[in-house]
Write a protein that binds this ligand. Structure first.
Ligand code: G6P
Length: 606
């Protein structure tokens, strides 16, 4: 995830681009850069680090003078944060910035290299610049963009300059955000409205693959075949400037919950680009010889590991343990040949997880890491890294990183099962198809927000609440309960449903909220019985289940029905409404949602 901006007609393009990039810094700040048409041609300036570092450089070198340009703030996916990997990237007459992930960059890079291309950076973006240059003949930019788009797989929003065409700026998108803003004699491209809010009154939302052509005279939209795109109505930019970095949402956590269809796609898409046999092949070329897996992590990442254990054991039949990183380190763990340690971490900097990684390596055990932050300590020290690609997560309570961690562990389970033939090919293909649908399935779940908001209102005064479930639903409960208590300060416990009666049921009094998660067909009746036991003691029961599992008797007080999907994937689908429930409860209770008391996003102490 990165932020892009472009402008034409502005008095001082460089200053405007920097201003816009600052509002987009929430989308990443590993490096930033701009490219401006000056009287001597395109001048590119880029710098690793925050936008302030680029500003310092510009102050020293002098701002490029011109009225047309593009800018970028990067959140590294392909290639470490560095000056060279910073955007814009150029090749021949083409200079561009990119947000998204080119899934087939590896093949395209090989193909272009065979034809003599020399790449300067490790980025997938530079591949797009080379491809565009290859297809470009002067005077025909739209044809070049259309031809390049045909070859690019994945997601992208691109802002493009051609060095022999100083009057135009081009923009195009596929599954990554891009808006076209209309100002007074100036026109803009940007990843979101707030980036350019103070310069525009109205804006357009281009459709996927439409090519936006911006000049000082106005904006037009073309289809890839060069014909005009269907007319579109401009929208009014009536956002508050305050909401800028939050993309219009009141809190980062809500923004991050809502962007999960997009982030899941970013995590899953590149891993599924080569069919079921190719899942995670790039990151893990060889997974043979794995006899036991130890997933080591903290907090929500550990809960993701609990779901992963279930997926790996049930599909691939590989014994898997989940270890709390801070315990693992001091328990003198028994590690032997055939073991693999998987460290899961959003930040890649959690001290306990890092220490566990080092211990495993010391003992000669291979370590794979599932990490969000590129170039973080855990990513650097692990033998193999699988990145989440979900962009920066700002709210302390993790949401989008958690669902991506679970999705990647599910993908790993499918890959292992496929190779070890512990599932039939048809079943592997079915699961693979469901993984590809997952972002859209999650989008459906996000449509039920109003009911959840009402529920949170009703339960807001409760002192305690409980989450019960069995099997992988229990792992969902652990995460749902953690989300609720960490941000709303309502005490909450997750229980394996069958265990409730062995003690904690004594805490249930009339009105205590109990959330029963029951998405596993084989365990439905058992969980329902446990929920009823709580209901008989006065609990206010919310049942979270799949459409096809809806029980006939209405023993519950509230019901949330989830779409029917492969059971393996239900933990990702079921946690989304629980994240939103926690969020709404915290808002109702007047809590500081994004920065709960006493917590930190990245815990770098033991
Ligand atoms: C902190 C955060 C949690 C997070 C945990 C692990 O406790 O508050 O939300 O799950 O650290 O962080 P990591 O960056 O390793 O995933």
């Amino acid at each position: 995830m990165c932020g892009i901006v472009g402008c034409v007609g502005a008095e001082n393009a460089a200053a405007l681009l920097i201003e816009g990039l600052k509002k987009l810094e929430y989308r990443g700040y590993d490096s930033s850069g701009i490219a401006v048409f000056t009287k001597d041609g395109i001048r590119v300036e880029k710098k690793q680090g925050r936008i302030a570092a680029l500003e310092e450089k510009l102050a020293a070198d002098g701002y490029p003078k011109g009225t047309l340009g593009i800018g970028h703030t990067r959140w590294a996916t392909h290639g470490v944060p560095s000056d060279v990997n910073a955007h814009p990237h150029s090749c021949g007459r083409v200079t561009l910035v990119h947000n998204g992930i080119i899934e087939n960059d590896y093949e395209l890079r090989e193909e272009l290299e065979r034809e003599g291309a020399v790449f300067l950076s490790e980025t997938d973006t530079e591949v797009a610049a080379h491809l565009l240059d290859r297809f470009y003949t002067p005077g025909h930019p739209v044809e070049a963009i259309a031809a390049a788009m045909k070859r690019l797989r994945g997601t992208f929003a691109l802002a493009i300059l051609f060095s022999d065409d100083p009057e135009h700026l081009y923009g195009v998108r596929k599954d990554s955000p891009l808006i076209v803003g209309i100002g007074e004699g100036e026109y803009f491209l940007a990843s979101d409205v707030p980036a350019i809010l103070n310069r525009i009154g109205r804006y357009y939302l281009p459709e996927d693959r439409e090519i936006a052509v911006l000049s000082r005279k106005g904006v037009s939209f073309l289809l890839p075949d060069g014909t005009p795109a269907p007319e579109k109505e401009p929208l009014t930019a009536d956002w508050s400037v305050d909401a800028a970095e939050k993309g219009g949402y009141p809190h980062f956590m809500l923004k991050e919950i809502m962007e999960q269809p997009e982030t899941l796609r970013a995590a899953i898409g590149p891993r599924c680009a080569h069919g079921v046999g190719g899942i995670l092949k790039k990151e893990l070329p060889d997974v043979s010889g794995v006899e036991r897996i130890l997933i080591v992590a903290c907090g929500s990442a550990m809960h993701a590991g609990m779901v992963g254990k279930h997926a790996i054991e049930s599909l691939a039949r590989i014994p898997t343990e989940v270890c709390i990183a801070s315990e693992f380190r001091y328990q003198n763990p028994i590690l032997k040949k055939g073991d693999v340690v998987i460290v899961v971490s959003q930040s890649g900097e959690t001290a306990d997880s890092l220490a566990a990684l080092r211990l495993a390596k010391e003992k000669g055990t291979p370590v794979w890491a599932i990490v969000n932050v590129v170039g973080s300590s855990i990513a650097r020290e692990a033998d193999r890294v699988i990145y989440l690609y979900v962009g920066p997560e700002i709210a302390v309570a993790t949401t989008k990183a958690y669902t991506a961690q679970v999705a990647l562990l599910d993908l790993l389970a499918i890959r292992l099962a496929y190779e070890r033939k512990t599932v039939t090919e048809e079943r592997a293909e079915r699961l693979f198809g469901a993984m590809n649908r997952l972002p859209e399935t999650v989008r459906l779940v996000l449509g039920q927000t109003e009911r959840i908001r009402n529920l949170a209102k009703f339960n807001r005064e409760a002192e305690h609440s409980f989450f019960i479930g069995r099997g992988q639903d229990y792992a969902v409960c652990c995460e749902g309960s953690l989300k609720l208590k960490e941000i709303s300060y309502q005490h909450s416990e997750a229980y394996a449903a069958g265990e409730l009666k062995h003690g904690t049921i004594s805490l249930i009094t009339p009105g205590t909220p109990v959330v029963a998660v029951a998405t596993t067909a084989a365990l439905l009746e058992k969980t329902v019985s446990n929920a009823k036991e709580a209901g008989s003691r006065g609990a206010r029961l919310l049942l979270l289940t799949r459409k096809s599992l809806k029980p006939r008797d209405t023993f519950y007080r509230d019901l949330l029905l989830l779409p029917d999907e492969e059971e393996l994937l239900m933990p990702v689908i079921a946690i989304v409404p629980l994240q939103y429930y926690a969020y709404c409860t915290a808002v109702e209770r007047g809590c500081d949602v994004d920065k709960p008391r006493n917590l930190a996003k990245s815990v770098t102490v033991e």
